[in-house]
Design a protein around this ligand. Structure first.
Ligand code: FES
Length: 136
């Protein structure tokens, strides 16, 4: 079980972006979002067009409103707790879930299919000067 961040870092409105490594070695972005009494994690792409990111890595992350995550491209909204969309272009689809657990104010990755890579988007791991490139 790997710690992702503290629950305080997950904004009331918006999302916390991080990157995981899949079993095949590929990288995938994941967003943490709040719902009424918890935190959920979803793969950071829309179900209508899978190259459309929900959190584009700017500002407070994904647009959210009333417990829904709103796709920036065509405006379909997904329930932050269940990932389900009942409206617009993505109607009838569900975001891809990533298993997380909250314990004593921290959020942990509990998904067997991926490992925590770093905070931020995929590209943030490649930026010169990012901590992942520091050698000791
Ligand atoms: S790409 Fe998300 S609703 Fe169309």
């Amino acid at each position: 079980m790997e710690r992702i961040t503290s629950t305080d870092e997950v904004p009331e409105r918006g999302s916390y972006l991080f990157t995981v490594t899949e079993a095949d070695g590929s990288k995938e972005e994941v967003i943490l979002v709040r719902f009424e009494d918890g935190v959920a994690a979803w793969k950071n792409f829309c179900q209508h067009e899978v190259d459309q990111r929900l959190d584009r890595g700017v500002g407070a992350g994904a647009a959210t409103r009333d417990g829904e995550i709103i796709c920036p491209k065509h405006g379909s909204s997904f329930d932050a707790e269940t990932g389900y969309c009942d409206n617009g272009k993505a109607a009838g689809s569900t975001l891809v879930e990533v298993d997380v657990a909250v314990n004593r104010g921290d959020v942990f990755l509990t998904d067997d299919d991926c490992e925590f890579a770093h905070e931020g988007g995929i590209d943030d791991g490649d930026m010169p000067g990012s901590t992942s490139h520091l050698s000791f």
